[in-house]
Design a protein around this ligand. Sequence first.
Ligand SMILES: Cc1cc2nc3c(=O)[nH]c(=O)nc-3n(C[C@H](O)[C@H](O)[C@H](O)COP(=O)(O)O)c2cc1C
Ligand SMILES: [Mn+2]
Length: 476
Amino acid sequence: MGYKDLREWLTKVAALQQLKKINGADWDLEMGAITELIYRDGKGVPPAVLFDKVPGYPEGFRALFGMTCSIERMALTLGFPPVKNGIELVQTYRDKLKDFRPVAPKTVTEGAIFENVDRGENVNVLKFPAPMLHEDDGGRYIGTGCLVITRDPEEGWVNFGTYRVMVHDEKSVAFYISPGKHGNLHRRKYFEKKEPCPVVVCAGQDPVLFLASGNEVSYGLSEYDYAGGFKGEPIEVVHGEYTGLPIPASAEIALEGEAFYDDLKDEGPFGEWTGYYASGGRPEPVIRVKNVYFRNDPILCCARPGRPPSDYLLSKCVVKSAMIWDELEKAGIPNVRGVWCHEAGGGRMFNIVSIEQSYPGHSKQAGMVASQCHAGAYLGRFVIVVDEDIDPSSTFDVLWAMASRTDPVESIEIIKRCWSGPLDPRIPVGKKGFNSRAIIDACRPWEWKDKFPKVVESSPSLRKKVLKKWHNVIFE
Ligand SMILES: Cc1cc2nc3c(=O)[nH]c(=O)nc-3n(C[C@H](O)[C@H](O)[C@H](O)COP(=O)(O)O)c2cc1C
Ligand SMILES: [Mn+2]
């Protein structure tokens, strides 16, 4: 792999000229708004943004946004050769998943994460510049680009997921995990037995861990093993003193503690990935923090969800696209030519699958599975299936196929009572849980696809001939 830890990774990102350092921005709304402006209004490839000299904090206590949110930074993170565009990155990721071999983590006795340890009375999670990200947030969020690590009390496997973590006070934080997520399933098992749920929030780490954490790795497979498979070597871990949970040895910041079933406090509202404050504020379990570990000059990893595009969405869309493609193939669906989860849908609500139609019902099958497989099921909305001549990552082409190849009464299938959750902006407050899906078959109808009107465009040979003669005039 091309880098050892987040710090080496940052050096490589600086060499790619994709690291922007900003000194003096305030944790209170400025870091968030600056990141939003860069990602929504900036020109060119948006950089990773490293904030330092945060007012009220020692120099060196930094916050990093937009880690993996460019094609080049993703390829670097995943150890891929340079690729041209998003769809090629999806293809490369999917190729990797085809004969994927997870690699279990390796326990080591020392790690940079133990450079500083605060225990008990000395715990103060606000010693890090946790940002107030959006104006209507219920508090400062120390966990957004984070890993929330838990162990299944019955099955023994370790999961981590990116679940938002809000600061209540110096020694307690809230964590919000949507129903059905693995961390939620683990937590429930402790809570049902009225036992404390041990948990570690890792709030700065190798970006490859963040990619594994924020996307749907299969139930029962530890994200450590998954990330190790991408790294091609075991992730080195140390074990927390209080929980025994594995923590990345080179992590920047880790909070260790436990949650109880009846210890709840309001969490949220929080600006969410759909672009809305949908889940509001509601009581959620509190983590009582027992120990804090951090490196010298620690880097807090952040993500700022909000109205798209935002600073982590591209990477989410690429990974989700590859995962859905992989699950389609594993479900036995042949001739998938591409998958793209559009950023406007937050990588979940507007997903496109392109296939080479091979038998009657093929397109419906692809759409149904894409809407219900593990990577595609949570909070989905639309799945659009297109023919192989449509680039699923080209919004224009997808809309053209929808506009011209569908007959709405025949082409749209609705599935009811699917997996959604409190973050769904279209479900009224108090009724959150299920939503419906539209599977839009925007392929030429199978029965007469060969007789479907011919597309009006110059033949490749005519294009080539004309381009050869007129290239300079056309593109001068
Ligand atoms: C930046 C970011 C923030 C996220 N915040 C949350 C969250 O607060 N709660 C949640 O349930 N999922 C959140 N997710 C989605 C989960 O990380 C994702 O569904 C992941 O697959 C969960 O891990 P699991 O599959 O092991 O449950 C977030 C993802 C990202 C990338
Ligand atoms: Mn998981």
